[in-house]
Design a protein around this ligand. Structure first.
Ligand code: FVT
Ligand code: MG
Length: 359
């Protein structure tokens, strides 16, 4: 083969070249290798896709509030609402019909029911317990995730109880764990299937596991918020729950520093050793590197929480006409799967499930 023909072959003029041993002998290089070949048609793109998002990957967080036959919009999360317990079944019906495996319940506790100790968390008739009983009755096949932390119930908005110590007022680890354990058992008794401690106290997973087992709840799962960061992206959630006004100070003495990644590996290792069945990274999109590391290191069911601020960002941009809502939503959810997550808690869950069903 002369130089001209080689040049033509390199330019892709295959009509004039029967065999180009030089090109074939250049492994892994252009023009033999053309990455665009597999992208050329929808059917090959489908064949070579490495990950997929399905409805089975979704958990939908839902806000419940006191009252009767009412629903109020969450201003900073357009499209999300708080619903009264009597409307909850209707609210969750579409998610159940779409086959979303589980919902996560969050209570809007009235200010008058809050106190410094988060006592309402232990009330067997609190919002979460009533919501759990109602949903178990209406949709026994839908998994119920119960958040365990005191922030929806405390007047100061912290996830645990505050004690005066020699270094000043502080969210006290072990006293908080004692309350969280009782909160977890209270939820399990009401029918919550998955206890999800989101408080970031040390040792709470083991303490909760022992308490659940002692009460006979041996199959109640624990999905620990193992690597939960002190993040600005929770802002809209606190508005939804009314805990934003309540919060005194910040949560940096128990939630993780966004600068840290190795520390997340230790947090996950500890929660697994204490008996967590599933672990979670939170927030989601800014922390996909953590999801990937957890997945690769531990090979355990790993979840991510696409938090309220992430929902708000995409929704606000879409409402301004700056982003295509559906495409940004689906791409963001798929990214969790690509990063290694088994599933995602997302306010987009029913919307995404509806789109997936249409495919
Ligand atoms: N423990 C649950 C949350 O804090 C949710 C945060 C969010 O969606 O911003
Ligand atoms: Mg921990």
């Amino acid at each position: 083969m002369n130089a001209d023909r080689r040049r033509d072959a390199a330019a892709g003029d295959i009509g004039r070249v029967e065999f180009a041993p030089e090109a074939a002998a250049t492994p892994g290089a252009y023009p033999t290798v053309r990455m665009r070949r597999n992208r050329r048609d929808a059917w090959t793109r489908r064949l070579v896709a490495e990950t997929a998002l399905t409805t089975d990957d979704l958990i939908w967080p839902v806000f419940v509030m006191e009252g009767r036959d009412a629903e109020t919009p969450v201003a900073s999360m357009p499209g999300q609402v708080r619903v009264t317990v009597d409307r909850l079944a209707k609210h969750v019906e579409k998610a159940a019909e779409l086959g979303i495996p589980a919902v996560a319940l969050f209570p809007v506790t009235p200010a008058e029911a809050k106190d410094a100790e988060g006592t309402e968390a232990l009330n067997p008739d609190n919002l979460i317990c009533r919501a759990a009983r109602e949903l178990k009755r209406a949709f026994p096949e839908v998994g119920l995730v119960g958040d365990v932390a005191l922030d929806p119930y405390t007047s100061h908005g912290h996830d645990g109880v505050i004690r005066d110590t020699r270094v000043g007022a502080y969210v006290h680890n072990d006293d908080s764990v004692s309350v969280l354990v009782r909160q977890a058992v209270n939820q399990a008794e009401a029918g919550i299937d998955v206890i999800a401690p989101s408080d970031m106290m040390d040792g709470r997973v083991g303490a909760i596991r022992r308490a659940l087992d002692a009460e006979g709840f041996i199959d109640t799962r624990i999905m620990s918020y193992a690597a939960k960061y002190a993040s600005a992206f929770y802002g809209p959630f606190r508005e939804a729950l009314g805990s934003a006004q309540a919060l005194v100070g910040d949560k940096k003495t128990y939630q993780m520093d966004p600068a840290n990644s190795d520390e997340a590996m230790r947090e996950v290792a500890l929660d697994l050793a204490e008996g967590a069945d599933m672990v979670m990274v939170k927030p989601g999109m800014p922390y996909l590197d953590i999801v990937r590391r957890v997945r690769e290191r531990f090979d355990v069911p790993t979840f991510a929480y696409q938090v309220s601020g992430e929902y708000a960002m995409i929704t606000a941009a879409a409402n301004n006409g700056w982003l295509d809502r559906e495409r940004a939503m689906m791409e963001s959810l798929l990214a969790f799967k690509r990063a290694g997550a088994n599933g995602v808690l997302s306010y987009f869950a029913p919307e995404a499930a509806r789109l997936l069903r249409g495919r």
